[in-house]
Design a protein around this ligand. Structure first.
Ligand SMILES: [Zn+2]
Length: 1024
């Protein structure tokens, strides 16, 4: 038989596009459209106001005017309400839709204009986007039409500009309201009633599945040819002149090839409906609230229509917004949560950045998230769900497990630019040794559309086929929401058990994880294992972009630490009320801003402007809380507030001696360190007088500022590319240079200029501290430039320690392998530590997160990243003034680095009371990271401690003498629930519940322990 099937798929594409799809809707008639554009600042009004049901104070009354088809409606960021009236013939058979085109770009779901449909009584019908542009008026369970055939609907249309278009990353001013740049308004291109053909719809889905599968299967496979043959015959019998009947005939021909079952060993995919929803990104926070309503209403409609579907949603913040702004939708969500079909996942407050937040912030992401889900639904998500964050710290396995979670999910590591990650289902082992079952969906997307190509890619890519046969597929439009569509649901059904494809089943992530984990356990006990952080070989610029986000986040974390500690102390020692509600509110705001496009600095100008204002406000509140707690602890200080910063007491410290060196150099010497700053303002010598070690390698300059041309290939605010780092340009220009003194301290201040930017470096030798400190003030006017400061040190090492949550991660200084080379810019928290076995050195900072560290002959060069100037998505990112501080501590070991890091970041709170709780170290090094009151209002104290060196530590707890002598301590999980030895997680208090003065803590490497202390004497009596 001759074979002429080679063009079948091309024929299919054209016939489907031109002759089948256009028959899906047959126009019935026009509709009457009126519009009202929200005036004033254009910010959204409540639906009940726009519908004339309940006026909102201070907002203009709705004023609907006739609106012609084809007219422009949407100035950037404005909201237009459409009132649409029409009639349908009561005798018209079959489903009838209202079809709208608000001005769609087909390629961008959730990235430009969107709509939300209401009935006149304020009931939400559904959300609108390019792939959800019809509203069922009648049929298939819907009935929005009155007995006389008339209907009225309202559409809240949001004119969100298309910011990430084709080509992508084009610089635009429209990330802020009121931009002067021209904006082409959206136009209402279609508004009509139409008959919907279920048969044509079904044919489209059949052809998509059959054609997609044929395209994926090899031409060596008989199945490939059987599918092509069936498609060819189906197209032969389909005639658009009699589309409905033709569709039936075509489907009959396709039915047998769509009924042959999957192979016995076919891969198994769990498909879960999902909409990745960025809490803010190319739109402000307030828009996400509306996006949620659109996406969730569509998801609920699908759950109503298809009893087999499951939908997942992460981020307690999103549920909370829904509860507050759309209680009717929230009630429907609750109904499906109870049925187990609308599944809260992740258990975090938001899908946070995975590397920048401090340990306590990650704890609170989990505890505020889980408490919310427990309080509203009585359920606790058991998986961490972070599909899109830009890397994952090695502390997360321990934190997830200690918060009661069992599984971890991401797919982002598939974006690596260098290394193909070796697994999709594996045990991820954190820096402390805790393991968590982890899955990367092998379709390598969190927004699948359930196509044959994705399913084939998932099977082909899945790295663990030899021992595992299950994977997860989150499907539904994402980033700006959107979620699953009925077409995805239809394809899902067809792929349930189909020859040549994996078996696709709709069920909950927990059901998937249970089965995938037990499959792995049975196959290989505890293999495969991946140890350490999940470093993302991409988006390395997010550690530096929008420096204000980083500075405010660090400051808020430090202020919260002081505020919770002092408030707990004021409550425990003076009986002052603990400001729980205010702290909760502040925490939730800080957690919200740790979202993976806010803290990383990758949102539009609007988002970062609002964030700076919000941070400013909460920092003031935190200062106020600290002041109030201080006042309760000490009446005297209440009158004058807290005293200003005073230099830490350094008893016996000799004042720094200043002398002139050669060629205009300045020599600073305090008996511990001797620093030589040359005439050009560079540090050419830093000698540790205790060890005699010179820190600065010969011919090198410490504190050299380096400027790089920072022009990313893609993803401007996200990426620092390797080519950027090839050509540093040192800033040598000296505008001024002078010697400065303050008390016993002395230093050199150097002002440098580049272009319109100014950098002032104030370098201090802090007498008696062993610390060489730099204050850096920058007026930054550069675009597409990266500014780093280099700290070359004469230490030969193979790795450097970068602080991360509750510990450090060791990163290679060598570039022998591609993986080592790819870590050319990486995350640090408050310190980087380098050590050659004899001599260590720490560089601590107060606000930075990006650094690179490389071996250089017998030395090491560490460079901290200060500023960038990306132009997309915020063309004015980082313009303005910034301050940074860092310090070099020659001779420091890790415990010294950790303690300096705390001191360097502590807010200016002088005269603290004697510690409420402290550790008396018996062996090793551990410390009290956090003290707070228990979340349940019992008045118990909660103390978080951790081991800092990656070794082991033993310690006793010591409480403030004024605390109840009968204090009892026990160990809890992160949610402050008592834990025993029924898990494989090591306990610090192996002896269980004990009187505090008898308790001994044993901590493993980087182990985090949460201790709860009840100070009621009765508890001790109970124990005896
Ligand atoms: Zn995202």
């Amino acid at each position: 038989m001759h074979n002429h099937l080679s063009r079948t798929l091309e024929r299919l594409a054209r016939v489907r596009r031109e002759r089948i799809q256009p028959r899906l809707h047959t126009r019935l008639g026009g509709v009457e459209v009126e519009a009202w554009t929200v005036p004033d600042d254009g910010e959204p009004v409540r639906a009940r106001h726009a519908l004339g049901l309940e006026p909102e104070a201070g907002r203009a009354a709705p004023d609907y005017r006739p609106f012609p088809l084809g007219a422009a409606w949407g100035a950037a960021w404005s909201t237009t309400w459409f009132r649409i009236r029409g009639t349908v013939d009561p005798g018209q058979a079959g489903p009838i839709d209202l079809v709208l085109d608000l001005g769609w770009f087909d390629h961008s779901v959730g990235g430009h204009c969107e709509g939300l449909v209401f009935t006149p009584d304020g009931t939400i019908v559904k959300g609108l986007h390019p792939r959800q542009s019809d509203i069922r008026l009648r049929g298939h369970g819907a009935d929005l039409v009155d007995a006389d055939g008339s209907f009225v609907l309202y559409v809240e249309a949001a004119a969100n500009p298309l910011l990430l278009g084709l080509p992508p990353f084009v610089v635009t001013e429209h990330g802020e309201k009121g931009a002067q740049e021209p904006f082409e308004q959206f136009r209402l291109r279609r508004a009509e009633t139409a008959a919907f053909s279920p048969e044509i719809h079904a044919l489209c889905c059949d052809l998509d599945v059959a054609g997609g599968l044929a395209a994926e299967l090899s031409a060596d496979e008989p199945r490939h040819w059987r599918l092509l043959r069936a498609i060819e015959e189906a197209l032969d019998v389909y005639d658009e002149a009699d589309a409905e009947a033709g569709a039936g005939r075509a489907r009959a021909i396709l039915a047998p090839v769509l009924a042959t079952p999957a192979h016995a060993s076919a891969h198994r995919i769990t498909a879960v409906g999902h909409a990745h929803m960025d809490t803010a990104w190319l739109w402000p926070l307030r828009e996400t609230v509306r996006k949620l309503a659109r996406t969730v209403s569509n998801a609920l409609a699908l759950l109503d229509a298809d009893a087999g579907l499951v939908y997942t949603m992460s981020a307690a913040q999103h549920f909370s917004w829904l509860e507050e702004h759309y209680p009717e939708l929230f009630a429907r969500v609750r109904h499906y949560v109870e049925q187990g079909r609308f599944v809260p996942v992740g258990g975090m407050w938001v899908e946070a950045d995975g590397v920048i937040p401090t340990g306590e912030s990650m704890v609170r992401q989990l505890t505020y998230g889980k408490r919310y889900f427990l309080s509203r639904f009585g359920r606790e998500p058991r998986e961490m769900w972070l599909p899109d964050s830009f890397g994952y710290s090695g502390a997360l396995p321990q934190l997830a497990r200690r918060a009661g979670s069992r599984w971890f999910l991401t797919q982002k590591i598939s974006w690596n630019d260098t290394t193909v990650f070796p697994h999709h289902s594996f045990w991820w082992e954190g820096i402390d040794g805790t393991r968590i079952f982890t899955h990367f969906p092998p379709a390598e997307t969190y927004a699948a559309e359930v196509t044959a190509r994705e399913l084939h890619h998932a099977v082909a890519t899945f790295k663990d086929k030899a021992i595992a046969s299950h994977s997860l597929l989150p499907y539904g439009y994402g980033d700006g929401g959107g979620g699953p569509t009925r077409e995805m649901a239809e394809r899902l059904r067809r792929f349930a058990d189909l020859e040549g494809a994996p078996r696709v089943i709709s069920r909950t992530p927990a059901e998937f994880f249970e089965e995938a984990e037990s499959e792995l356990r049975e196959a290989g006990a505890l293999e495969p294992v991946y140890r350490g952080e999940l470093y993302l070989e991409l988006h390395r610029g997010t550690l530096t972009s929008q420096a204000a986000m980083k500075r405010h986040n660090r400051r808020c974390e430090s202020l919260l630490r002081a505020a919770e500690y002092l408030s707990a102390a004021a409550s425990a020692l003076r009986g002052a009320p603990y400001p729980r509600e205010e702290l909760d509110e502040i925490w939730r705001t800080v957690l919200l801003h740790q979202f993976h496009d806010i803290l990383p600095g990758t949102s539009i100008s609007w988002v970062h402007r609002e964030a700076r204002d919000t941070y400013q406000a909460i920092e003031e509140r935190l200062h106020d809380l600290i002041k109030r707690a201080g006042a309760a602890l000490d009446g005297e200080r209440a009158e004058g507030g807290l005293p200003p910063f005073t230099a830490p007491e350094r008893p016996g410290a000799a004042a720094v001696e200043v002398a002139d060196g050669e060629a205009g150099a300045t020599v600073l010497d305090d008996g511990l360190l001797r620093v030589v700053v040359d005439g050009g303002g560079h540090v050419v010598s830093l000698r540790d007088l205790r060890s005699g070690r010179e820190v600065v390698p010969p011919g090198r300059r410490l504190n050299e500022l380096q400027l790089f041309r920072d022009e990313p290939v893609r993803w401007d605010a996200w990426d620092v590319d390797r080519h950027v780092l090839r050509h540093p340009r040192p800033l040598d220009d000296v505008t001024s240079r002078r010697v400065i003194r303050n008390g016993p301290d002395a230093g050199v201040e150097v002002v440098r200029r580049t272009g319109a930017s100014t950098v002032t470096l104030t370098m201090w030798l802090r007498a008696g501290t062993g610390r060489f400190e730099t204050e850096c003030a920058v007026d930054w006017q550069e675009r597409e430039r990266l500014l780093k400061v280099a700290v070359p040190v004469r230490i030969l090492a193979r790795t450097a320690r970068f602080e991360t949550q509750y510990g450090y991660v060791e990163r290679p200084l060598l570039t022998n392998t591609a993986t080592e080379e790819a870590m050319f810019e990486a995350a640090m928290h408050r310190y980087v530590h380098v050590d050659d076995g004899d001599f260590g050195l720490a560089i601590v900072n107060d606000t930075m997160y990006g650094a690179d560290a490389r071996a250089d002959g017998d030395s090491t060069v560490v460079r901290l990243s200060l500023l960038r100037g990306a132009r997309f998505p915020d063309p004015r990112a980082d313009l303005g003034t910034h301050t940074f501080r860092w310090a070099v501590l020659p001779g420091a070991d890790v415990p010294a680095a950790v303690e300096a890091a705390y001191a360097f970041n502590a807010p200016d709170v002088a005269g603290l009371p004697a510690p409420l709780v402290q550790l008396e170290l018996l062996t090793g090094h551990a410390l009290v990271d956090w003290v707070k009151q228990a979340d349940d209002g019992s008045g118990d104290l909660v103390v978080r401690v951790y081991e800092t060196r990656g070794a082991r530590a033993g310690a006793r707890l010591r409480c403030h003498e004024e605390l109840d002598a009968g204090a009892v301590v026990w160990e809890t999980d992160l949610l402050e629930r008592e834990i025993g030895g029924d898990d494989d997680l090591p306990l610090a208090l192996a002896e269980g519940r004990r009187p505090v003065d008898e308790a001994r803590l044993d901590l493993g490497p980087f182990q985090v322990a949460t201790l709860r202390i009840a100070t009621h004497a009765s508890l001790k009596e109970d124990l005896q």
